[in-house]
Design a protein around this ligand. Structure first.
Ligand SMILES: [Zn+2]
Length: 266
């Protein structure tokens, strides 16, 4: 069994503020360490379920947060960013048997996490797909669907767990915390790692025959920028249409074209 794990930081146990996510900040090392622990827990659970190979994509900011020395030896770690449009699941292909998401967070424009955002959010008001605010989880779960790889597991804030269940009710989830305005109410970090380990082990052992994510037949991507000049410039992407001073829409029936558009429009 080959398992792919995409790991972010804004959904690990206890995190509550931006400085805790930024390399160079005094608050960062503790949370990078917790991210590593949660990824180690996921890998351990996958190995207990019989994984032979695991690929981990470090998918937060620089892509260089996880301590590689602490991972099990059958793990390959992708650090940094290739520039491939698959972004937070770059390296994923049809040869994998399952995908898991660790440390994921609520979409930009939602209230489930003080750090709620979608991709590089500084220039963006919101990103919607088919009329709904697009989470990084849904964006990348649909890539798994595009490749035919089942989505097994997600850990992160309570609202992104609920979003995973909306995408496919059979995805196993572990809520590390609940976001309350600018605060988080978190379970103990050790409890989070224990639940992640057993949660992944259980779902991979049970089997993933019901864990394929269904792709919508067509896609309408709407990006709302904070600055109208960005929208004007981005509207020259092939097929994009500027629908208002700050908004650009791109439509396709091919999900890869949506992913490609996101990598150039955001
Ligand atoms: Zn992140």
């Amino acid at each position: 069994m080959k398992v792919f794990i995409s790991a972010d930081l804004e959904g690990v146990a206890g995190i509550a503020a931006w400085d805790e996510t930024e390399k160079g900040s005094g608050a960062y090392p503790y949370f990078a360490d917790q991210m590593t622990k949660e990824v180690v827990a996921a890998c351990t659970g996958a190995n207990l379920a019989g994984a032979k190979e695991i690929m981990v994509k470090d998918a937060h900011d620089t892509g260089r947060n996880i301590n590689p020395a602490l991972l099990p030896e059958n793990v390959k770690l992708i650090r940094g960013w290739t520039g491939h449009p698959f972004s937070m699941v770059q390296g994923l292909d049809e040869s994998f048997d399952a995908v898991a998401f660790i440390g994921y967070h609520s979409a930009g424009g939602t209230n489930g996490n003080p750090l709620a955002h979608t991709m590089d959010s500084s220039a963006l008001n919101y990103v919607k797909l088919n009329g709904e605010l697009l989470s990084e989880f849904r964006l990348h779960a649909y890539i798994a669907a595009y490749l035919g790889v089942p989505v097994a597991f997600l850990s992160g804030d309570q609202d992104i767990c609920a979003e995973a269940k909306r995408v496919n009710d059979n995805i196993a989830t572990v809520a590390t915390f609940e976001g309350l305005g600018s605060a988080t109410q978190s379970i103990h970090p050790n409890r989070a790692t224990e639940l992640i380990k057993t949660g992944i082990q259980e779902i991979l052992t049970e089997g993933l025959s019901s864990n394929r994510v269904e792709l919508p037949p067509e896609f309408s991507l709407e990006i709302s920028y904070n600055f109208h000049g960005h929208a004007y410039r981005k509207s020259f992407y092939p097929g994009a249409q500027q629908t208002s001073p700050k908004n650009v829409v791109f439509e396709s029936r091919d999900y890869f074209e949506i992913v490609r558009a996101i990598s150039f429009l955001i």
